[in-house]
Structures are given as structure tokens and as C-alpha cells.
Ligand binder design. Structure first.
Ligand SMILES: [Zn+2]
Length: 137
């Protein structure tokens, strides 16, 4: 699983799930460094939920699985794509021409329309919102 922080999506089985940000400081467990973890975002799919929490001391991110509202006990470290990694993350999903078309579009430059529509299709197949990708790339 990968957490794509700028657009608040969790990628699992090549599909992005939209998260619900937690804006208050809710307890999310203790980190192995001894710090307190705070809830960051909730993801719901089927009857499952995943909570992502972040340590206030070492900034480590962790996921925790829930079945409905019951903890299943499984948790672990999660890979986080931060703002500074976002462009590389998108580059890896697309071909060179598709990536360049997206980049040009985001800069308001002329772009290859068929490459852009292929890029859009690929991103939509993963449930990644094209407009948000454009805004953060
Ligand atoms: Zn920590």
C-alpha cells in the first residue's frame, strides 16, 4: 500500500481510495520511538477501513486495519509519497510522452492531445483524479 499525501489517496491493488482527513488531534496509538501518533486520514472500502496515523516525534506513518469499527490488529509502516515525491510517482505510472503531455498541460503549454488522453485514461483506471494530479504535479 502507498499513501499519496498531496491528494490524500491510498493506493491498494492498483486502485486509489479517497481519504477523509482528520483535522483534530485524535489519538492514533504509540510509535515505536515512544512518541504519540495522531490520526491523519481514514479510508473506507467494502466493509473495511484503514487508518493512517503519524508520529508527532519522528513523523513515521503507520496504517491500522479495521473491520467496521473493530481493530483487526494488523498494522505496519506505510510508504508515503510526499509533495516532493509526487511528480516522480506520476512519472512512474505513465510513459514518457504521456508524462510530458501532463506536465505541459499543467504549465499551460501546448501538449500532445492523444498522449494526454492516454494519460488521463491510465490515471482514471486507477481512480486517480486528473484535476488534482494536474494541480500538484
Ligand atoms: Zn515515532
Amino acid at each position: 500500500m502507498i499513501y499519496v499525501e498531496p491528494i490524500n489517496r491510498l493506493i491498494r491493488d492498483k486502485k486509489a481510495v479517497k481519504g477523509e482527513k482528520v483535522n483534530q488531534k485524535y489519538f492514533g496509538g504509540f510509535c515505536e520511538c515512544g512518541g504519540i501518533m495522531y490520526q491523519k486520514s481514514w479510508f473506507h472500502y467494502d466493509s473495511h477501513s484503514i487508518l493512517i496515523s503519524e508520529c508527532e516525534k519522528c513523523w513515521k506513518n503507520e496504517f491500522m486495519n479495521f473491520n467496521g469499527r473493530t481493530k483487526t490488529g494488523s498494522k505496519g509502516k506505510i510508504q508515503v509519497i510526499e509533495r516532493s515525491d509526487f511528480r516522480e510517482f506520476i512519472r512512474d505510472l505513465l510513459s514518457t510522452s504521456e508524462f510530458e503531455a501532463v506536465l505541459s498541460k499543467s504549465r499551460g503549454e501546448s501538449y500532445n492531445a492523444s498522449a494526454l488522453s492516454r494519460a488521463k485514461k491510465k490515471l482514471e483506471e486507477m481512480d486517480l483524479p486528473f484535476d488534482e494530479v494536474l494541480a500538484y504535479i
